[in-house]
Write a protein that binds this ligand. Sequence first.
Ligand SMILES: Cc1cc2nc3c(=O)[nH]c(=O)nc-3n(C[C@H](O)[C@H](O)[C@H](O)COP(=O)(O)OP(=O)(O)OC[C@H]3O[C@@H](n4cnc5c(N)ncnc54)[C@H](O)[C@@H]3O)c2cc1C
Length: 68
Amino acid sequence: MAATKEMGTGEEEIHGVLIIGGGICGLAIALPLHIKGIDSLVLEKAESLRATGAGISIKVNGWSALEQ
Ligand SMILES: Cc1cc2nc3c(=O)[nH]c(=O)nc-3n(C[C@H](O)[C@H](O)[C@H](O)COP(=O)(O)OP(=O)(O)OC[C@H]3O[C@@H](n4cnc5c(N)ncnc54)[C@H](O)[C@@H]3O)c2cc1C
């Protein structure tokens, strides 16, 4: 993942975030960035997204983060 920043002004402003990989982590980053008004671009090498596994276990800290 990389972010483009305006440099040299003393202040760094994030204009956009490039996210490599549209797995759960990539998408979990893209959503809150969108909510905060920060543009992101998710690049995924697979032609389609497939569900893998049986379920997701979310512990207390995970639920706390999701509720924010
Ligand atoms: C068979 C199997 C069963 C599983 N079952 C469970 C389960 O039941 N419950 C559970 O919680 N977890 C399960 N897991 C683990 C879970 O899948 C991973 O922890 C989780 O997917 C990791 O998410 P991620 O976003 O970090 O990576 P990934 O899900 O691997 O996503 C990374 C993405 O990046 C893409 N990518 C990689 N390189 C590039 C590139 N250079 N350019 C563009 N795109 C790229 C890949 O195509 C992929 O889509 C299972 C894993 C496997 C393999």
